[in-house]
Design a protein around this ligand. Structure first.
Ligand code: KIV
Ligand code: ZN
Length: 535
């Protein structure tokens, strides 16, 4: 008998369910970067997107399948595309993931009475027939098929067992059990998995998977309860992002399984020392900040404030620490580079931080590093990460900032003159006044670009300590442009976009962040118009 602990597959859906978080829309370049980072982290499956949602989504999944899915990071994760249970979705997903060494199609259909009656307007008999037909179709196109009965948490258990049996009989290899609305409790979810494993015909041939949402703050607990009852795959998102309150967070389940190996008796394939780096990358690509007290990746997750705790920590870290910060990559070296550091030193530090940049990207990052090192005595890891994010993970820049001058202070209204570079080397200039310098800058940009949107959020954060720190500005805007029709993101014709910018001058960082959000709106509108013209 093998003494090896059972292996739990980590299925990452940051790029699909995670991207469904309001405002989290990522560009293809950002998605590819996150996929590379996930492969280095060691996830088993990357759900790269929803190929039928839009030509852009298809292209992003296809690109990830061709690169990361071929093992460009050494490790070869399966690349999965989501598909509703329809011919068009399934064939689009099959085409998008085909280039991967390990392609997977994930198809789903709701099974709860509420969803069948009000959303699908299908009878249970029709649902069963559709599952049989669509899982069989998917299996004829791909050997690795995951089926999800959406809203399983509120489905009738006997009906669920029947539907899942049909999915297995028609070729499903993984049965994913979504608590779509985050309704069930850990005891219920564990019992559900145990019952399905026992009673679904053919259950012994397939892997059971947990997919839990955090509406009641139970997503991690529910997924772990599922694993304790026989599930061998957990669907997660980095930083727990996802639809509404989010998904089970990758870092929480992985660290729980590792730290409490005595209790869970399981193993996974994640290199936990990369967790912090991937968390930061996902924050900068999605614009969704991590709350300071978030488990594992929050700024305070390893901070000890109370005197008694600090005293204990100094005597022995295990008094108040159940995990070492280094085990999740939470310790960053400070003060590593300065204005005399060369390209090779920057390249090597970036590689240590997990950024393997192509020459052209390294040139850009190095130019930004030099400019920063001229203004700031020491450039830390945090500065480097912010610069790389600012320089390389921006949307296609239709308009970029050439220069900016502001007048502000106690004397009167602020004014800003903004100069932008536009398509075909055009130059646009505008001066505007506002209640403060940032307001004046945004008004000037609005007058130049005429992108109709509302500013929802604006925040500035210092990347490091010190008066000369880089300021990172994040903005969220709601677009009221002709929004692309994308079932993954919206039904109302409005969509939230984010943008970020990092500079030592926070007014310049603000201008860049706002432009980055508007460039995203323009790119999405163009893509929608192109798709409409093509169809
Ligand atoms: O939450 C859910 O039900 C989903 C399915 C598509 C698996 O995300
Ligand atoms: Zn979900």
């Amino acid at each position: 008998m093998s003494t090896e602990k059972p292996y739990v597959r980590i299925f990452d859906t940051t790029l699909r369910d995670g991207e469904q978080s309001p405002g989290a829309t990522m560009t293809s370049a950002e998605k590819l970067q996150v996929a590379h980072a996930l492969a280095r982290l060691g996830v088993d499956v990357i759900e790269a997107g929803f190929p039928a949602a839009s030509p852009d989504d298809w292209e992003a999944v296809h690109q990830i399948a061709q690169t990361v899915g071929q093992g460009s990071e050494g490790r070869v994760p399966a690349i999965c595309g989501l598909a509703r249970a329809s011919k068009n979705d399934i064939t689009r997903a099959a085409e998008a993931v085909r280039a991967a060494a390990k392609p997977r199609i994930h198809t789903f259909l709701a099974t709860s009475p509420i969803h069948m009656e009000h959303k699908l307007r299908m009878t249970p008999v029709e649902v069963k027939a559709r599952v049989a037909e669509m899982v069989a179709l998917a299996r004829s196109l791909c050997d690795d098929i995951e089926f999800s009965p959406e809203d399983a948490g509120r489905s009738d258990i006997d009906f669920l067992i029947e539907v899942l049996g049909i999915a297995v009989a028609n070729g499903a290899t993984t049965l994913n059990i979504p608590d779509t609305v985050g309704y069930v409790t850990p005891a219920e979810y564990g019992t559900l998995i145990a019952r399905l494993k026992r009673d679904v015909p053919g259950a012994e041939k397939v892997i059971f998977s947990c997919h839990c949402h955090d509406d009641l703050g139970l997503a991690t607990a529910n997924a772990l309860a599922g694993v304790m009852n026989g599930a061998r795959q957990i669907e997660v998102a980095v930083n727990g992002i996802g639809e509404r309150a989010g998904n089970t967070s990758l870092e929480e389940v992985v660290m729980a399984i590792g730290t409490r190996a005595d209790f869970f008796g399981m193993r996974h394939g994640i290199d936990t020392t990369q967790i912090m780096r991937v968390s930061k990358l996902v924050t900068s690509c999605t614009g969704i900040a991590v709350q300071p007290n978030k488990a594992i990746v929050g700024a305070n997750a390893f901070a000890h404030e109370a005197g008694i705790h600090q005293d204990g920590m100094l005597k022995n870290a295990s008094t108040y620490e159940i995990m070492r910060p280094e085990s999740v990559g939470a310790v960053v070296t400070k003060l590593v580079l300065g204005k005399h550091s060369g390209r090779a030193a920057v390249k090597s530090r970036l590689a240590e931080l997990g950024y393997a940049l192509k020459d052209a990207d390294l040139d850009k990052a190095f130019a930004r590093f030099k400019a920063l090192a001229d203004r700031k005595k020491t450039v830390t890891d945090a500065d480097l990460v912010a610069l790389v994010a600012d320089e390389l993970y921006q949307p296609v820049e239709r308009y970029s900032l050439s220069s900016l001058e502001v007048k502000c202070g106690t004397a009167g209204p602020s004014s800003a003159t903004v100069r932008l570079k536009g398509p075909e080397a055009s130059e646009l200039v505008m001066t505007a006044t506002g209640t403060g310098p940032v307001d004046a800058v945004f008004r000037a940009i609005d007058s130049l670009l005429h992108v109709s949107c509302t500013l929802l959020e604006y925040s500035v954060q210092a990347v490091t300590e010190g008066i000369d720190a880089l300021g990172e500005v994040s903005v969220k805007v709601e677009s009221v442009q002709i929004a692309p029709q994308n079932p993954q993101h919206e039904t109302s014709g409005k969509r939230v976009y984010h943008g970020h910018g990092a500079e030592t001058d926070i007014v310049v960082a603000s201008a860049k962040a706002y432009l980055s959000a508007l460039n995203r709106i323009i790119a999405a509108t163009d893509a929608a118009q192109a798709a409409e013209a093509a169809s």
